[in-house]
Design a protein around this ligand. Structure first.
Ligand code: F6P
Length: 463
């Protein structure tokens, strides 16, 4: 499989040269000169309409970017992803999160675990516990937290604490009675200091009902967890919401909707595996990002869900994108000579408009954005989203400001469980494609370790 540098691909210098011709192009002119643009630069995946007509690109750009993806060996890497090959080479593991939502085709251990998630979450919802508190951090927190925040129907009181600052746990425990509270300790390693500190503090405060979600069964047993749901080394933390890591979410939304969430992701897996590159939504999202980052020189990327239900999406995507592709060495261990993952940030619209959109409209940096809006969104909300996307692209009629600020729009069917699963899987595959283009292993996170080691040293009296 191709592990050479992308800059050695034929299409890389072609794209650099091509980018020169885009320096002064105005999106306003592109739309005026090509009535088909708003149809041509779109693609559909199940439940999602992707409109990238407001990106600063044309048909030739797309052709060159698709050539780059092919030269990088994307189809072979994609097959390796889906067949569970050892593509996380530094850790000698597969990155097989797609198996977690493969339904009938899932491995037996996945089906067995889902059956246990169903049984145990049904028991919780039937009244075994009044309150569920998820203790985990990073991928063991952000995914289930987001699912609950988006889909919660208040049947079951599910809360989260992630920070080692005891304030977080104290807030989560407020008003919770130890005997009717279930604490779910979610940690793949069962060694993450933040999570273990919170779990130990909860125990000290008199809470005694613990379940664990982990791949470190021995540690969970000696901690005293009465149920241990497995995680596997072939699933990375930030790709794990589909596994038993989603247990707290299943308690909140019910197993049926949790299954819908998995099914939505599986539909996107099918799309990613089979759609031609130029109509493949996660591929197009990745290519637009590569174009903006490597050829137009944009350093950050904004995610703007025009949906209060999706307000935690930017935080979820920050880990997914930046922990996966925020890397300076390639698969061969060589320092890269090109930009990799941009800083990903954002907030829900319309709140974002009254916070940082001034810079997005008129600041000195160009910040490409993803707008996300549901087909059934409130009329005023949807109008605001379109207004912002148009203002970014076309500027003002009086020429006071010129626009030329690229964005894409993801029109999603709704904010139900299935669509949420689709949306998250879409971004997972976008990240995967970008990792292939940048020649990165998107599935390790060696940089996070140094901080952990230093914190330990400082705590033990070192300087
Ligand atoms: O921040 C590093 C990290 O390893 C993430 O990748 C992971 O999601 C998080 O810590 C939590 O890890 P664990 O589930 O092992 O507690």
């Amino acid at each position: 499989m191709n592990t050479t540098s992308p800059v050695d691909c034929k299409s890389w210098p072609q794209l650099q040269h091509h980018a020169e011709s885009w320096r002064d192009v105005r999106l306003k002119d592109l739309f005026e000169n090509d009535v088909a643009r708003s149809v041509q630069f779109t693609a559909d995946a199940p439940g999602i309409h992707y409109d990238y007509s407001r990106q600063l690109m044309g048909a030739m750009t797309l052709r060159l970017l698709a050539n780059l993806a092919t030269e990088r060996g994307l189809p072979e890497w994609r097959d390796a992803l889906f067949s569970g090959k050892e593509i996380n080479t530094s850790e000698k593991r597969a990155a097989w999160h797609t198996a977690l939502r493969a339904g009938e085709h899932a491995p037996a251990e996945v089906k067995d675990t889902l059956a246990r998630v169903r049984k145990l979450s049904d028991e919780v919802r039937d009244g075994k516990f009044q309150t569920v508190i998820n203790l985990g951090t990073g991928g063991s927190d952000l995914g289930p937290r987001m699912v609950v925040d988006t889909l919660d129907n208040a049947t079951c009181d599910v809360r989260f604490a992630a920070n080692v600052d005891p304030h977080d746990l104290n807030r989560a425990l407020r008003g919770a009675a130890p005997e009717s509270t279930l604490i779910v300790v979610v940690s793949k390693t069962f060694t993450t200091p933040e999570t273990m500190a919170n779990a130990t503090l909860a125990k000290r405060l008199g809470f005694g009902n613990f379940y664990a979600v982990t791949s470190n069964v021995e540690a969970a047993k000696s901690f005293g967890a009465s149920e241990i749901l497995p995680m596997w080394d072939w699933v990375g933390g930030r790709y794990s919401v589909w596994s038993a890591v989603g247990f707290a979410a299943a308690c909140s939304i019910g197993f049926k909707r949790f299954q819908d969430f998995l099914n939505g992701a599986s539909e996107i897996d099918q799309h990613f595996a089979t759609a031609p590159l130029e109509k493949n939504v996660p591929v197009l999202m990745a290519l637009a990002g590569v174009w903006n980052t490597n050829f137009l020189g944009c350093a950050t990327h904004a995610v703007l869900p025009y949906s209060n239900a999706l307000r935690l999406l930017p935080a979820y995507l920050q880990q997914l994108e930046m922990e996966s592709n925020g890397k300076r060495v390639d698969r061969r261990g060589d320092t890269v000579g090109y930009a990799t993952c941009p800083v990903v940030w954002g907030a829900e619209g319309t709140n974002s408009q009254h916070s940082f959109h001034q810079l997005l409209h008129q600041g000195t940096q160009i910040v490409p954005a993803d707008f996300i809006v549901a087909a059934d969104a409130d009329r005023v909300l949807a109008a605001n989203m379109k207004a912002q996307a148009d203002a970014f692209a076309f500027g003002s009629d009086d020429g006071q400001y010129p626009g030329r600020r690229p964005s894409s729009t993801l029109l999603i069917e709704g904010t139900d469980a299935r669509t949420l699963g689709r949306l998250l899987a879409l971004y997972e595959h976008k990240v995967f494609v970008q990792g292939i283009i940048w020649n990165l292993n998107s599935f390790d996170q060696p940089g996070v370790e140094l901080g952990k080691v230093l914190a330990k040293k400082i705590l033990s009296g070192g300087k």
